[in-house]
Design a protein around this ligand. Structure first.
Ligand SMILES: [Zn+2]
Length: 85
């Protein structure tokens, strides 16, 4: 990841551990999607528990890896919105 913006030299890494807050976005969205997906597929569409559980567990393991960079971007934008520099 770049340490600062190439155009305006805005520092992305404000302090050590700054991006720990992105975990809230990543975990929160993963939990929300899984918590909606499982009941919708199992109870709403009547799909069997085994495949739905396997799909949801797979999603819960793989989605955060893919969403990692977007969660950081969301965290950076959220921090800039709350505490503009
Ligand atoms: Zn910039």
């Amino acid at each position: 990841m770049e340490s600062q913006c190439a155009v305006c030299h805005f520092s992305y890494q404000r302090e050590p551990g700054f991006f720990l807050g992105s975990i809230y976005f990543n975990y929160g969205l993963t939990s929300l999607v899984t918590a909606v997906l499982y009941p919708a597929l199992h109870f709403g569409y009547g799909l069997p528990n085994g495949p739905v559980m396997a799909a949801c567990v797979s999603f819960a393991l793989l989605f955060p890896i893919w969403f990692f960079r977007y969660a950081r971007a969301l965290w950076l934008g959220f921090d800039q919105w709350i505490d503009p520099r």
